[in-house]
Structure formats: C-alpha cells, structure tokens
Ligand binder design. Structure first.
Ligand SMILES: NC(=O)c1ccc[n+]([C@@H]2O[C@H](COP(=O)([O-])OP(=O)(O)OC[C@H]3O[C@@H](n4cnc5c(N)ncnc54)[C@H](O)[C@@H]3O)[C@@H](O)[C@H]2O)c1
Length: 301
C-alpha cells in the first residue's frame, strides 16, 4: 500500500488532500499541532505534534513512507509580521526538520506547498511565470522562499526528490471565513450569511487568480506520481484566469449585492495571475470554474 505523510493535514488544503488520498486507498499519516481547529479523517492516523520538534517519534511516522506532502506552515501573514520568529521557526526550521526526516526515511518525493506571495507586489497585468524574480515583502513570503531553497538544496546535496508548488488564491470546501485577514471569499460568504454588506478593500478592481482546492489536491497527487526527476522544480498552481473583487461580489451576492469600500491595504498586490504552462506541460489542468462552482454551491456556501 502506498504510504503518505501529510503535514498540516488538519488544515484547509491538507484535509482535502487527506480525504482524497484515503479515498484512493493510501495509508495516510498526518502531522498537525492543532487538530481542534480543523478536520479529521477517521481513516487516517494522526500525530499531534509540532513540525519544529526534533524528536525520535517522527521515525515511526516516516518509516516506509513513499511521499511527504508538506503543508504545515504559519500562514497568517499579519501574525508572521507581528512575530517573525514564529514564521522562521515554523516555515524554515519546521520545513527543514520535515526534509531531514524524509531524507532519513528514504521517501520517493517531498512535495512542498509554497506560495505566489513570493512574487511580491510589483505591478504586472500579465501572467507571472515561475522564473520571475522573487520580491518577498514580509516574513511569510521570505520564510516560504527559504523553504523552497531548502527543498532545492536537499535535492542537490542529498538526492531527495522535491517539488515546489506556488499556489495562487485557493478557495473551496473548508476555506477559512474568520478573522480580519481571512481570504476574501470566506469573508464574503460569512457576510452574506449574516445579511451584512460585503466589504471591498480598495476600489475592488484588483484581480486575483482563484484556484479550487480540489485542483490543488489533484496537482499534489499527479506530481507525486510523475516519472520525471524533480530537484526543487517550481510550479505555479492557479487557473491562468483573472477575477476582480467586484466580479466576486457579483458572483456571490448577485447583480444588486450591497457592498461598502474599505481603505486600500498598503503593499497589497494589485494584480496576481498565474502562468500555468509549466504545470500543464506535465499533464495537470485545473478543472473547476469559479463561477460555476459558486452557482453549484447555492446557499450551502
Ligand atoms: N490557502 C491558500 O490560499 C494558500 C495560498 C498559498 C499557499 N498556501 C500554502 O498551503 C499550505 C496550507 O495552507 P492552508 O490554507 O491549508 O492553511 P491552514 O492554516 O488551513 O493549514 C495549516 C495547517 O498546518 C498546521 N500547523 C501550523 N503550524 C504547525 C506546526 N508548527 N506543526 C504542525 N502543524 C502545524 C495547522 O494546525 C493547520 O492545520 C501552507 O503551507 C500555505 O503556506 C496556501
């Protein structure tokens, strides 16, 4: 039986990945330090632990593992800004620790969830390719970028195969909706449910590339099975389609949706669009259309 370790497997993307791997009949071991805030699959096993712990108890979890999907991270940008040490500890030391365990266990491939935040806020209307120079603006993107470099180093120095995904704006089942900096779709859903006007940051003409979590999961699975050799290769994971915040207001709330504008956030990216040709050349193709998905969810969003 194929065995996978999924770090951060109780979170939004990780729990969707765990469900799919379990459905495929894989043995799945999750490492997560906060299962209470997320989703638990009864057919996976769980180690409640911090990825920064350098401890012998990881040996058993990684033993005979074929693949490691590393998603655990300090993802809250504002918390990373307030507490850069936490970001460095979790996203750099924690990632290194997982790479080290993967190497020791001799896994076939280590798949790292990174972020399009690495591209920064430079004004670009066109799609961003993977070789665009990084422009890390905060501890979150700096530490994820360092995680990418560690993946490359483990491939080059220690022959551990690694793949890096730069996700754009992920939405879908179990997306977060709480907190001032929750992803905009989660915030809009919460506001619609509460009968409140939608809050648009800035003028709302800023655009994002929204990718469904189901397509993100498919990318992880497809690249774990690829025959090619990967040495820290980076792949954008988006749709290559742009959607403005005002488009999203209309898709979610209808043509007459009420909204109010909040002051723009300093340093926020105006346009973010993925060039996904590289991932497509390996057979990955996003399947889910944002507007159709929203319409299918109806009131259950
Ligand atoms: N959601 C997005 O739009 C998006 C975009 C770009 C990149 N990403 C990346 O995808 C990954 C998953 O993101 P998500 O949206 O599912 O986040 P999430 O917060 O829902 O999940 C992260 C999980 O990691 C766990 N975790 C955090 N610190 C840990 C630690 N020290 N030890 C063990 N577990 C720990 C948390 O408990 C949580 O369950 C992250 O690496 C993130 O950087 C997400």
């Amino acid at each position: 039986m194929t065995k996978a370790v999924v770090t951060g497997g109780c979170g939004f993307i990780g729990s969707n990945l765990v469900d799919r791997l379990v459905e495929m009949g894989w043995e799945v071991c999750v490492i997560d330090n906060n299962p209470s805030s997320g989703h638990v699959n009864g057919q996976a096993s769980y180690l409640i632990a911090d990825i920064c712990e350098i401890d012998h108890y990881y040996r058993k979890v990684f033993e005979n593992a074929d693949y490691v999907f590393h998603l655990a991270a300090e993802v809250r940008i504002q918390d990373c800004i307030k507490n850069p040490e936490l970001a460095i500890k979790t996203n750099v030391l924690g990632t290194h620790n997982m790479l080290k365990q993967a190497r020791k266990a001799g896994v076939k491939r280590f798949i790292f969830s990174s972020t399009a935040a690495i591209y920064g806020s430079g004004f670009r209307l066109g799609a961003i390719k993977e070789d665009t120079p990084s422009d890390c603006l905060n501890p979150y993107s700096i530490t994820k970028f360092t995680g990418e470099q560690l993946c490359k180093m483990y491939s080059d120095l220690y022959s551990l195969e690694t793949v890096v995904f730069r996700y754009f704006n992920v939405y879908g089942k179990r997306q977060h909706s709480q907190g001032q900096y929750a992803p905009v779709m989660g915030v809009f859903n919460r506001q619609i449910s509460a009968g409140e006007p939608l809050t648009v940051v800035g003028d709302g003409i800023q655009t994002r590339d929204y990718i469904n979590v189901s397509d993100v999961v498919s990318a992880n699975i497809l690249f774990s099975k690829q025959i090619a050799e990967f040495k820290g290769d980076i792949f954008n994971i988006g749709t290559g389609k742009r959607t403005s915040i005002l488009d999203l207001v209309e898709m979610l709330g209808g043509k007459d949706a009420e909204y109010c504008n909040l002051p723009p956030r300093e340093g926020e990216v105006k346009h973010s669009l993925a060039d996904i040709d590289k991932a497509k050349s390996f057979g990955w193709n996003p399947q889910i259309n944002l507007e159709e998905w929203i319409n299918e969810q109806g009131n259950s969003l």
